[in-house]
Design a protein around this ligand. Structure first.
Ligand SMILES: *Cc1c(COP(=O)(O)O)cnc(C)c1O
Length: 417
């Protein structure tokens, strides 16, 4: 499925969302990227090279696992999981950065920059730069650097220069501004590696395309395992890249319901969560190069967001997903921090899996909905990453003994203390 096939109209727009809103100075470099991407996308050899790289470097195809214990205990649908956690560096983020690395080589770029909040995207980008022999600079807010020491350590040891951003609140937003400034100054040799399916065109389409490898594999694998398509596919939604990645495998299959799971944080209420669509708190605006739903106030100032999962803690969302949501093709739900803690515990104890806190948002909805489906129903969850990185956060979250109240009676019955 080519996203352009179902998005007629102006290139880079999905309904009224998307576009490229950038300062004049960046127009030539974004045009160069757009043309380079367009050429790569229409060259079958490029996709072949990408798939081979991901096979040899990242262990693709990642498997699909049947959660037989959990399915039996919940007494409803058969639950299957697409194991993006088994990628090199521990999540689906490597799919995107390796694709952009190949594109850098095609475009003759010798230097990459990126911005990172929790550090996961910076870590993946530093890995890619080491593999491709590119110079690499990662912008990170000073506050985030202090919070994410292990990731900073690895980025530096992988050969990246990590720049501490001391402006503003010294977090992700300030790091983005700094990265944009660098790009405008050094665009002749530098590519800006965006970490999710957001930002100016062609980034949403490009990142979605690289991540479509998840859905392509998953569709074949679930057919092979069950002889049928899933009834529902669940994925967590931060910027939206892993979700659009797996959803693309099933967009043409009308019987497959697609469910995006956002960060409900402390629950509904401005500033308490990052659920842009599920909680109806967001509104359409233009920021960070594109038009989408943002969590903002009436004046267009971005709201504070909160989630136990750093990777979902983001104000905007992939414009393609918004457009699919508007058409009723994707349903959006939220999972709160407390639900995530309880469900993580349940999944660890019943299946021996440790999903990332981000991915656990998708498990929350699947665990809630599975009991109401028949035993011959099939649901598929995208486990976007592994939870090792979350060790201290999880330790804190599970210290709160209230978690059982939040995961639904059926699940709580089986969640071992
Ligand atoms: C970064 C991250 C996410 C959120 O990003 P998307 O672009 O929404 O996929 C989800 N899961 C994991 C494990 C991540 O590291």
């Amino acid at each position: 499925m080519d996203l352009f096939d179902f998005a007629p109209g102006r290139e880079g727009y999905y309904g009224r969302y998307g576009g490229a809103f950038l300062p004049e100075i960046l127009h030539s470099t974004i045009e160069e990227l757009r043309e380079g991407f367009r050429a790569a996308k229409s060259d079958p050899a490029f996709w072949q090279e990408y798939r081979q790289l991901m096979r040899e470097y990242s262990g693709r195809p990642t498997p699909v696992t049947h959660l037989s214990n959990l399915s039996r205990q919940l007494g409803g649908a058969q639950i299957y999981v697409k194991r993006e956690d088994l990628n090199h560096t521990g999540s689906h983020k490597i799919n995107n950065v390796m694709g952009q690395g190949l594109l850098c080589r095609r475009l003759g770029k010798t230097r990459v920059i990126a911005e990172t909040g929790a550090g996961q995207h910076g870590f993946a980008t530093a890995t890619m730069a080491a593999k491709f022999g590119l110079r690499c600079r990662i912008y990170m807010g000073a506050v985030d650097i202090a919070r994410q020491r292990p990731n900073v350590f690895w980025m530096e040891n992988l050969g990246a220069e990590v720049v501490s951003v001391e402006d503003g609140q010294r977090t992700l937003k300030d790091a983005i501004n700094e990265a944009m400034r660098d790009w405008a100054t050094n665009m002749a040799d530098t590519h800006y590696v965006l970490g999710t399916a957001c930002g100016a065109h062609p980034f949403p389409e490009m990142v979605s395309w690289f991540q479509s490898i998840i859905g392509l594999e998953a569709r074949e694998q679930i057919l092979a395992a069950t002889g049928r398509l899933p009834d529902r596919v669940y994925a967590c939604v931060g910027g939206g890249s892993n979700a659009i990645g797996i959803f693309q495998g099933f967009l043409d299959d009308e019987g497959v319901e697609l469910v995006g799971c956002e960060a409900g944080g402390f629950g509904p209420g401005k500033g308490l969560h990052a659920a842009r669509l599920a909680y109806h708190d967001a509104s359409v605006g233009v920021a960070q190069g594109f038009k989408t739903y943002f969590l903002q106030d009436e004046q267009g100032n971005m709201l504070e967001t909160h989630s136990v999962a750093a990777g979902l803690d983001y104000i905007g969302v992939n414009p393609i997903l918004v457009w699919l949501w508007e058409q009723g093709r994707v349903r959006f739900e939220a999972a709160t921090d407390a639900e995530v803690a309880g469900t993580l515990r349940l999944v660890m104890r019943t299946e021996g899996l440790i999903p990332a806190l981000e991915s656990t948002h998708a498990f929350v909805r699947a665990v809630r909905e599975a009991p109401s489906l028949g035993r011959d129903a099939v649901i598929l969850i995208n486990q976007s990453g592994r939870g090792d990185k979350d060790i201290f956060t999880v330790a804190d979250a599970l210290g709160d003994s209230n978690w059982k109240r939040f995961i639904g009676a059926k699940a709580a019955q089986y969640a071992v203390e």
